[in-house]
Design a protein around this ligand. Sequence first.
Ligand code: UDP
Ligand code: MG
Length: 324
Amino acid sequence: MKPELSVVIPVYNEEAGLAKLFARLYPALDALGLAYEIVFINDGSRDRSAAILADQFRDRPDVTRVVLFNGNYGQHMAILAGFEATRGEIVVTLDADLQNPPEEIGNLIAKVREGYDYVGSIRRERQDSAWRTHASRMMNRLRERITHIKMTDQGNMLRAYGRNVIDLINQCSEVNTFIPALAYTFSRNPTEIVVEHEERAAGESKYSFYSLIRLNFDLVTGFSLVPLQFFSMLGIGLSFLSAALFILLLIRRFILGAEVEGVFTLFAITFFLMGVILFGIGLVGEYVGRIYQQVRGRPRYVVQTVLQQTADQKIQPARSSARI
Ligand code: UDP
Ligand code: MG
């Protein structure tokens, strides 16, 4: 039987908080009174997370499924693998660290039932460090301007998607992506609700400053060509300016004679332009790198094992032999 709701949760080194998550998540979902499944993806954790998930699967095999990766492929790849395993009509994503209260899932589902196929979320009061909150707000504003994606709060993973959106995402083979943005591009009728946000229950953030920069490049390069096009525009602007400067210096040379003063001004201009060029080349590199990864066509992630109840474990022996 197909569940109505699938909850997808990526897990990476979360051993300290998983028990607390189970203790809140299962009762919250049981209280909804609908058929559900929870798909956990272990993203190559190096702690006891995989063992804890396996124990939980043994505890509640009827509603729990666990996809075990053989390495760390990142949060968004883990969610993609989770999506491929889901069967529900409504799919909700959630972080494993309890920053997204499981009790909010009911509100997301209520919105989906009103006819929306994408329910985003806005954190009422974000419980993260000040620099992350500010940097994220800036990135949010930039993304708003250069992509067509309308999202008030891009960083929150507590979201609900309709089956039509998930099926389309499952057809994509992108190597670097940002799930909420990808889902938004496929949704017919998106909306947002305000949700609570809590402090991390245990452990610490799995995102370093470096991986946050990588993630934001995924978001921008995956959904917009504006940065590349910006450089062609900048190139045009700068070539006009340098042509003007050349003519000015030429005229000056004939009127006032040769000069050495102002050489350092020229140095300054040159260094500035070199910086611009280096950044431009780096940006081209970001796109080319992604194209390279894509054309190699390697598997995006490798699933080692899936823990789930098989069909013959669930149905009567007489019926299962009839099916063969
Ligand atoms: N996560 C993952 N793979 C990673 C990094 C994170 O599956 O490489 C999971 C992590 O276990 C958590 C979610 O993604 O469930 C969000 O991570 P985290 O809470 O560290 O991010 P933050 O809240 O700081 O943005
Ligand atoms: Mg978190």
